[in-house]
Design a protein around this ligand. Sequence first.
Ligand SMILES: O=C(O)CCC(=O)C(=O)O
Ligand SMILES: [Fe+2]
Length: 330
Amino acid sequence: MNVLNVEQRQAYDADGFVVVRGLLDPTEDLDPVLVEYAGVLERLARELYEAGQIASTYEELPFGLRLSQIYLETRRVFSGQFDCTLSMVSVNANEPIWVGAEVFRVLRHQRILDVLEDLIGPEIYSNPVQHVRIKPPEKYLPHVYRDERSGRIAGFGVGATPWHQDNGVVLPVADETEMTTVWVAVTDATVENGCLEVIRGSHRDGLLTHCASDGLGLSIPDPLLSLDRVVTCPMKRGDVLFMHRCTCHSSLPNHSEDVRISYDLRYNPVGQPTGREIFPGFTARSRANPASELRDPEAWKRTWDETRLRLTGAELPLHHRWNSDDPVCA
Ligand SMILES: O=C(O)CCC(=O)C(=O)O
Ligand SMILES: [Fe+2]
């Protein structure tokens, strides 16, 4: 079945990415996850209020302002409460994670899997390198460390994302894996609120050197990038971007008044290494063996609960291959 038309397929092959407009229905497919996250925020606000850490639960505020107010007032960032993954640094028994049924429904969305079937074939594995990114307006994050040289807010997935390739954030065992990134706009993503930027054709340059910095995570230094081929990708809610694992990309800071929400998900053919084997993935589609598909959101949640238990207190292996010894990182 071909879901992508000829132009879209050619764009993906030539540019290393394609945006499929309106692939998901905002009301039917995306509002339900926002309802789940509103529940997560409600519980968080009540906990913090009862602990005396905020002056009000702010239930009268809309989601974005409520979250931002809580970040500002507590001088903390609670991205882990919403994210659909565990920490890659250290896991504890009470570590927050949100792997709700509606998130699972997005991961298994048949229209996303249809496009992936065009790109990587009918045996599709949901790679556990997956995030929801709820980026607050930067003006609510004055307490978060800002790198002086780049001006960027560090860490937590709440600031602008530096230039990188997703192949660079997995272990070398997955270098030959046909991993595809799926970036879902849950709210409109604009230049003002921090949409994605990609470098056209960069997937053909292979894996580039990434530099690791404590605060800012992994990034490809500017001299290695073809910055004259940057494409800025504003997207509407429900638009979905599909990207090759070697396509260089970054995102802009959020200078708007509201949160920018997106999923970045990854998929690869069943049987190929995910590059993050300590976390659980699942078969999202199999034409050869439909019974192997995971369809139960509770069973999915259990895989993460079991992983948290297994990794609690364990020494986690480094989740990437980079140090900053390369002179290009100086
Ligand atoms: O949304 C972002 O800021 C970055 C997303 C990203 O790096 C990805 O989709 O792989
Ligand atoms: Fe990425």
